[in-house]
Write a protein that binds this ligand. Structure first.
Ligand SMILES: Cc1ncc(COP(=O)(O)O)c(C=O)c1O
Length: 414
């Protein structure tokens, strides 16, 4: 069996019939092998139909009128998201993407010269830019904790790095260009013990694995809709723990930011929707809601088990192929599988697979800058599996990769 050295989890595996039903719900699986779920997953039909139907109604009856008709259902989006991550609906703000969510949280903090922010080497590009910008604007000190030799985030090093000036711990749960998972709950324990604000980028983890903000103990969480949640592009959300709401500055306003206003001032609304723009793409909001509901109905524990099994199989096959190096390291690995083929640039691998209707992506050096620099990587192939992928798809892609590697070896012999 493939999974002998995996932890056997007490979760019911999907039956073949269930996998086929997920694929029947996902039009894109008929024509291509989609292993770019960490870029944007294929949405199920129910997500696409919800958006198209909403747009049609807007065109026929008017945008405001359609919004009013579906107001209660639209508001249910916050409730479903809260259910997914064990939060309260009042702690959820809908935004356009994970970067927006992270920016609202991070830039809402009141940084002073010398404040320290601790991060990991797996931090995502836009977050690193936010840190560098705050370094330039306010003189914060960035403390980056590298992974240990086994590829794990060393929680003891985090604790050792904390001083009286530590203002924030900002880490990424699952990095953009590597297959490891950071120990978010252990990091949360340290944050709570030292009473430090904790911002978690869960862009790649929500929808892929169970994410419980109570168990993790984060104060803010940034998420996108289009990746493992299988929602629409241009959707995302920010979670802000209730006790943290009033500690974040508001970066922008519209009429719905407040519950009342007069010429002297205003009263900010109590919930996290203070961080939303009122005007948004309501069709996308409907799509996101359906995606969250779909994931909840399937059960994220089962999704996680299936993803880990497929990724394990994938890495195992890749390791058997000559000329291919798998980069993923760490005790807990996820559905993001990263590798290089000796002598073949990642962009060429992607193009050759695309010609065969196989989607993978490139992990660029800047995406996870600290990590890629330390490893001396300037680009890697990132293939990311979801639960609707199959063992056969992985085997087909591996055959293709073997051919690419062999063609290159042959070329270099000539
Ligand atoms: C770990 C991580 N964080 C944040 C982001 C940014 O997400 P978005 O493009 O939705 O802003 C990405 C995007 O790839 C990511 O992989």
């Amino acid at each position: 069996m493939y999974f002998t050295n995996m932890l056997i989890m007490e979760v019911k595996p999907f039956t073949e019939a269930e996998i086929q039903a997920f694929r029947a719900d996902t039009k894109g699986t008929a024509e291509r092998i989609h292993l770019n779920n960490a870029g944007a997953a294929l949405p199920p039909d129910i997500v696409v139909n919800a958006m198209v139907d909403f747009l049609r109604e807007e065109a026929l009856y008017g945008g405001y009128e359609t919004e009013a008709k579906y107001r209660t259902q639209l508001d249910h989006t916050h409730t479903l998201i809260a259910q997914l991550i064990q939060a309260h609906p009042d702690e959820i703000a809908l935004v356009e993407n994970a970067s927006a969510a992270w920016d609202i949280a991070f830039n809402g903090l009141d940084f002073k010269q010398g404040d320290e922010v601790i991060t990991s080497e797996m931090e995502y590009a836009s977050n690193v830019l936010g840190l560098l910008n705050a370094q330039k604007l306010y003189g914060i000190v960035i403390k980056m904790i590298p992974n240990d030799a086994e590829g794990n985030f060393p929680v003891s090093a985090l604790e050792a790095a904390i001083t009286a000036r530590t203002k924030l711990i900002a880490v990424t749960h699952i990095p953009s260009t590597a297959g490891n998972v950071l120990p978010a709950a252990e990091i949360g324990e340290v944050a709570r013990k030292h009473n430090i604000v904790y911002l978690l980028d869960a862009c790649q983890s929500v929808g892929q694995m169970p994410v419980d903000v109570q168990a993790i103990g984060c104060d803010m969480l940034a998420v996108t809709g289009r990746k493992y949640l299988r929602g629409p592009r241009g959707s995302g959300f920010l979670y802000v723990r209730r006790q943290m709401l009033d500690k974040l500055k508001l970066l922008f306003f519209d009429g719905r930011t407040v519950t009342s206003m007069d010429q002297q001032g205003f009263v900010v609304r109590e919930d996290a929707r203070r961080f939303e723009w009122y005007e948004k793409n309501f069709a996308v909001m409907m799509g996101l809601q359906k995606a969250v509901e779909y994931a909840l109905n399937i059960d994220v524990e089962r999704i996680w088990q299936r993803i880990q099994q497929l990724a394990f199989l994938f890495r195992q096959h890749l390791r058997e192929l000559e000329g291919i190096t798998v980069h993923d390291q760490g005790d807990e690995l996820c559905g993001i599988v990263t590798f290089s083929i000796a002598g073949v640039p990642a962009a060429e691998v992607r193009a050759k697979l695309a010609a065969r209707n196989m989607n993978v992506n490139i992990g660029f050096a800047k995406s996870t800058l600290y990590y890629m620099n330390r490893k001396g990587l300037d680009g890697i192939v990132r293939a990311s599996v979801h639960y609707y992928n199959t063992e056969e798809e992985i085997e087909k892609v591996c055959l293709e990769l073997r051919a690419i590697s062999q063609q290159n070896a042959y070329k270099t012999l000539l």
